[in-house]
Design a binder for this molecule. Structure first.
Ligand code: GTP
Ligand code: MG
Length: 202
């Protein structure tokens, strides 16, 4: 299940532009700055395969990375980031929703949630949208290494995770699988790769 090689393939802004070889893929989605690109780098053990940034909004396209010449990891733009004050917040770009709904090779969406802070309304909205549209989903809690209690609303990652799961319970027919991770300590890395390999062989 380990990653032997990983190559950037292409950036697309439309579903039709995405690779057409039929290989299975997993998309990383979540709020801007939640750590999508960092998680991707941690999964493939490369520091800068997907570009990361302290500033939100770094990833702007549908980016396909080919893993072990047989499947794809897909880095998507984050949601919930307004480029300028008062600007309508950059929504899940139209192409992202279209991609979720019209990409048969998409095995599961990996929705990333920051476990170091309490649940955000926008994350609940997107979880709800995925549930309503019956898009297969795995929950990935990020930044589980951050435990500065006071700064982060007084709760530990484990508590934020439990709260979030409680809040989304009614959005799904069955509880989505979930994994706690950190791109700093690589917590959850092997668990994600194993889960992805199980989903591919399903
Ligand atoms: P966009 O592309 O802008 O949507 O952001 P992104 O979701 O790809 O986030 P990115 O991986 O660029 O990470 C954003 C910031 O969070 C960076 O400063 C990372 O170093 C930091 N970060 C990401 N993952 C973790 C983690 O597991 N733990 C800690 N402590 N920081 C993290
Ligand atoms: Mg990114």
């Amino acid at each position: 299940v380990d990653v032997v090689n990983a190559d950037f393939v292409k950036s697309s802004v439309k579903t039709e532009e995405c690779p057409a070889d039929g290989a299975p893929e997993f998309a990383l989605v979540g709020r801007s700055n939640v750590g999508k690109s960092s998680l991707l780098n941690s999964l493939v053990r490369r520091k800068r395969l997907a570009l990361t940034s302290k500033k939100p909004g770094k990833t702007q396209c549908i980016n396909h990375f080919r893993i072990n010449d047989s499947w794809y990891l897909v880095d998507l733009p984050g949601y919930g980031f307004a480029a300028a004050p008062h600007e309508v917040r950059t929504d899940w770009a139209k192409f992202t929703k279209d991609y979720f709904l019209n990409r048969p090779t998409l095995v599961s969406v990996f929705l990333l949630i920051d476990a170091s802070i309490p649940a955000k309304k926008i994350d609940l909205e997107y979880a709800s949208w995925l549930g309503q549209n019956e898009i297969p989903m795995t929950l990935v809690f990020t930044k589980c290494d951050k435990r500065k209690k006071k700064k982060n609303g007084g709760k530990r990652p484990e508590e934020n995770v439990r709260d979030f799961q409680e809040l989304i319970r009614d959005f799904f027919k069955s509880t989505p699988p979930w994994i706690m991770t950190s791109s700093v300590t690589n917590q959850g890395r092997d668990e994600i790769l194993l889960h992805m390999s199980q989903l591919r062989n399903y």
